[in-house]
Design a protein around this ligand. Structure first.
Ligand code: ATP
Ligand code: MG
Length: 877
């Protein structure tokens, strides 16, 4: 008998899950943000992410049992979207969690009860998997639950063993699958066959700890982490062929189909895939923006941008022209707002971000698509790295998009070539790094095999002895180098800071017996510090002991700028909002630069407040503290980390108590008062959603102010006024200038007219008409036109053609014909002057009675006027 499940809506499925576990003493917790607290994790990809610190033993649980419906984004499934029946980028994972409380037996029993009794799935339509060595789980399923053993599959480590990393808590999993075709029997069941089975529920039994050698020891506190895909359960209970036709997504697809004027059910497969991609990605992007992500070219911002651009492009593929994403976005908000009220609260921000990204992309899409068509028309099998890079860099086509389009056309993309272009671009943009000889890398790799990481003493020392471990000239290892040579030197230990975390390397000297080497830059590779510079005197030899001495003044400046950068981040968060996050920074001797994610320019009053706040903190003369601690502890204390930075197990935490706490390996002032002063120089946008503040701190402020002051003094000397009177004076000068320009224009016109009046006498009679053709010298096109009009009027029934050379290399021509010339003689000023202008290498046109044209060859003006005159005489007779 055909089986038809009991229909449940998406929100009923969600609620029943949470209720079921709430009745079993689970605390219902709200979904956490898609932006995980752990800055090293890009996005929330599973229900367990918010509980990771608990599972890793870094945080004590507040409850022993919890249940959630967690929004998730998995970009690794992006290729599956629209192609499999079950994968999304955005989906909701329903989970029940035990923190050292119940374990395997209860987890299995409840998952089964929920599936069969709450959701009403017939037991014979379910199959399960266990980890191949997990006899315990196998026994529970077979003996306690009563599943026939042929419907229990033992799977390997890849599918059914969960780990959070190479070491730490881990354990076997067990999955529940739904069977669309139980009639095929229990022999040779293949759970991977997705035409028959779909995985809905995954149970993770966290029971071991794995050490560095790979040994497993049982955990004292065993945990349960589970995940049930809401959309997948909806697919089953709503008897639809895939997740996209469930009530969780289909209304979005309908909106998009309506905009495109398509009937979804009658659409071909390709169109359906596009509609599904839109349905999926739109949910993802509204939730991502609601959680504070803005589009950019890095990290999460890039994921968002890529998803939005895919929506726009798939919209075009199904024939939508112009903007549409906010409309489908609105459907997605309406669909989810009951479960996720923050969507409605943030609707304006969502619409603004979507709109901005879409219109930006549409602009470049046109041009990019044209280029792409040209590339495709070349008939090559592969899109070259250079072309893919141009599309990326100039037209904003993410590489993946180019790949996708290429694939649609049966082509490939030269990824390696693309990466090469990308790398070159990176190097071009890092002009400051140009001093590094690129060939150093190869030697360095060799070096790394026998040289220890350099011992950095610079947090406390400004000078120290050091042994020369290696000398490189032109990227090659040498034993010694002489005065006059540019070299790179590696020491066993050094007080020189190597550029990292935005802070540039120290300057200073290496000195020894007769040796003086000036250090111009310091870089590090695999923690080997490389001192770049020029030997000014003597010789440097491997094995020598030398003295390394940094330039203390430079160091003090960089420290002031670096601590000020931290204060700037803190002030931005305080004044503009917590959503501000760092996107990059540069800390140099003379300035600092801080890039951050923010969708709008800052207001002048915000900038003022930020500056004031920082100067207040500076004036409070607070001692700063740097402490080395385990990464987990730093995060628990709330230290800000930079997304995308790799941190070791031990991290340095830079603390300005009560103001700022950041993970930072840089060098800092001991007391905020050492910064002296802070001044913002500029605030600009550098790419979509990323702003840049440039500022100065410490002695650099004085230099900056001195430069400004000099300008002001010069101006006030020159005008003999007080500095505060300068703006008013400039205003009045500008007004005067404008008035003079106007006057000048008027005079020129008058002059042209006066000149033209003298020409009246030169008019010749041709039949009943007057013909006047003349060269007006250098008068400009406007005046030329006025003159022609006026002459024609004064001459009555007439044809007037005037020419001039207003600027070097330019010809201006005007024709003014009276109505009778048009009517009786069928001569149109526009067409006539267009032909004449061709003689001077140009063109133009206009109305039948008055038209203007231009040319680029003044040497031909006389000939052109001559021709005009002859033709007029001929035609008007
Ligand atoms: P699959 O093998 O089908 O990709 P998975 O093993 O990656 O699934 P898990 O990581 O175990 O899935 O996630 C737990 C549950 O979350 C799955 O059983 C499924 O119901 C749901 N799920 C996982 N990935 C997705 C996705 N991309 N879209 C929708 N639901 C998903
Ligand atoms: Mg998967």
């Amino acid at each position: 008998m055909p089986y038809s499940p009991q229909f449940l809506s998406g929100s009923e499925i969600r609620q029943k899950f949470l209720d079921f576990y709430a009745q079993r003493q689970h605390k219902i917790l709200p979904s956490a943000s898609l932006v995980p607290e752990d800055p090293t994790v890009l996005l929330t990809i599973a229900g367990m992410i918010p509980f990771k610190p608990i599972f890793l033993g870094q945080k004590a649980p507040e409850y022993k049992r919890a249940t959630t419906s967690q929004k998730c984004v998995r970009t690794n499934d992006i290729e599956n979207v629209g192609r499999t029946a079950r994968h999304h980028t955005f989906f909701e994972m329903l989970g029940n969690f035990s923190f050292g409380d119940y374990f395997k037996e209860e987890a299995i029993a409840w998952a089964w009860e929920l599936s069969t009794e709450v959701y009403g799935l017939p037991p014979e339509r379910l199959a399960v998997s266990v980890f191949k060595e997990d006899d315990e789980a196998f026994a529970i399923w077979r003996d306690k639950i009563g599943i026939p053993k042929r419907r229990i599959q033992r799977l390997g480590e890849k599918d059914n063993f969960w780990t959070a990393g190479p070491t730490g808590p881990c354990g076997p999993c067990s999955e529940i699958y739904y069977d669309f075709h139980p009639e095929l029997g229990d022999k040779n069941i293949d759970l991977e066959d997705d035409t028959r089975f779909i995985e809905v529920y995954n149970l993770v039994f966290m029971e071991y700890n794995r050490d560095a050698e790979g040994n497993l020891t049982p955990l004292q506190n065993k945990n349960i982490d589970t995940g049930l895909g809401l959309e997948r359960m909806a697919q089953i209970l709503q008897s639809v062929p895939h997740n996209y036709e469930t009530d969780l997504i289909f209304p979005i697809i309908k909106t998009a189909a309506e905009i495109a004027g398509i009937n979804y059910y009658k659409a071909d497969e390709k169109t359906k895939v596009s509609l599904k991609v839109i349905g999926d990605h739109v949910r993802a992007v509204v939730h991502m923006i609601a959680d504070g992500i803005t589009a950019s070219n890095i990290g999460r911002g890039y994921v968002l941008r890529r998803l939005i651009r895919r929506v726009v492009r798939h919209g075009r593929l199904i024939g939508i022209e112009g903007e549409f994403i906010t409309k489908v976005g609105e459907t997605a908000i309406a669909l989810s707002e009951a479960a996720y009220p923050n969507l409605r609260e943030r609707e304006e921000a969502i619409a603004a971000e979507l709109q901005r990204e879409e219109s930006r992309f549409l602009e470049t899409l046109d041009r990019g698509e044209k280029l792409l068509t040209e590339i495709l028309a070349k008939g090559k099998k592969q899109i070259s790295g250079v072309d893919a890079f141009t599309l990326y860099d100039t037209y904003g086509f993410p590489l993946e998009l180019t790949q996708e389009i290429a694939e649609e056309q049966g082509l490939t993309v030269d990824i390696e070539g693309f990466e090469k272009e990308m790398e070159q671009q990176r190097q071009r943009s890092q002009a400051a790094h140009e001093t590094i000889d690129l060939t150093v890398q190869g030697s360095l790799d060799k070096l790394a095999e026998h040289i220890h990481p350099t011992d950095f003493l610079g947090y406390t020392e400004a000078q120290s002895p050091g042994k020369v471990e290696a000398v490189l000239v032109d990227g090659k290892l040498v034993e010694a180098a002489e005065a006059g040579t540019q070299v790179q030197v590696v020491l066993d230990k050094t007080p020189f800071y190597a550029e990292s975390g935005g802070q540039i390397g120290d300057r200073g000297y290496l000195t020894g017996d007769n040796l003086v080497m000036r250090i111009e830059d310091v870089q590090k590779e695999s923690n080997i510090f490389i001192h770049f510079g020029c030997i000014e005197r003597g010789t440097i030899k491997v094995g020598d002991t030398i003295t390394a001495q940094i330039n203390r003044a430079c160091r003090r400046r960089v420290q002031a700028n670096h601590t000020a950068t931290h204060l700037l981040q803190a002030a931005l968060k305080k004044i503009v909002g917590d959503s501000i996050s760092q996107a990059g920074s540069l800390v140099a001797f003379d300035r600092l630069r801080f890039d951050f994610n923010c969708p709008r320019p800052l207001k002048p009053e915000e900038l003022q407040q930020i500056e004031d706040q920082i100067n207040t903190w500076i004036a409070q003369a607070q001692d700063t503290q740097t402490t080395v601690m385990p990464l987990a502890e730093a995060k628990a204390k709330g230290a800000i980390a930079m997304f995308g930075e790799k941190y070791g197990q031990e991290v340095r935490v830079m603390d300005v108590p009560g103001v700022s706490m950041e993970l930072c390996g840089g060098t800092h002032v001991k007391n905020t008062a050492e910064i002296g002063l802070f001044k913002i120089v500029s605030e600009t946008g550098i790419s979509s959603g990323v702003r840049r503040i440039e500022a100065v701190a410490g002695p650099a402020v004085l230099e900056y102010l001195n430069v400004r002051d000099k300008v002001v003094r010069e101006l006030s000397d020159r005008f003999k006024i007080k500095p505060e009177e300068i703006p008013t004076r400039i205003n009045s000068l500008q007004a005067e200038l404008k008035a003079s320009q106007k006057q000048l224009e008027a005079l020129k016109q008058e002059l042209a007219l006066a000149k033209s009046d003298q020409l009246l006498a030169q008019a010749e009679s041709v039949g009943e008409f007057k013909v006047l053709v003349a060269d007006m010298g250098d008068i400009d096109p406007d005046a030329l036109k006025t003159a022609a009009e006026r002459l024609q009027q004064k001459l009555g029934e007439s044809a007037v053609v005037l020419g001039s050379i207003p600027t070097e290399g330019k010809v201006s021509l005007v024709a003014a014909f009276s109505p009778k010339v048009n009517k009786d003689k069928k001569l149109q000023a526009g067409k006539f002057i267009g032909k004449i202008a061709k003689i001077c290498g140009g063109g133009g046109g206009g109305r039948p009675n008055l038209a203007q044209a231009g040319g680029r060859d003044p040497s031909k003006l006389a000939e052109a006027l001559e021709t005009a005159k002859n033709q007029l005489i001929e035609s008007l007779q």
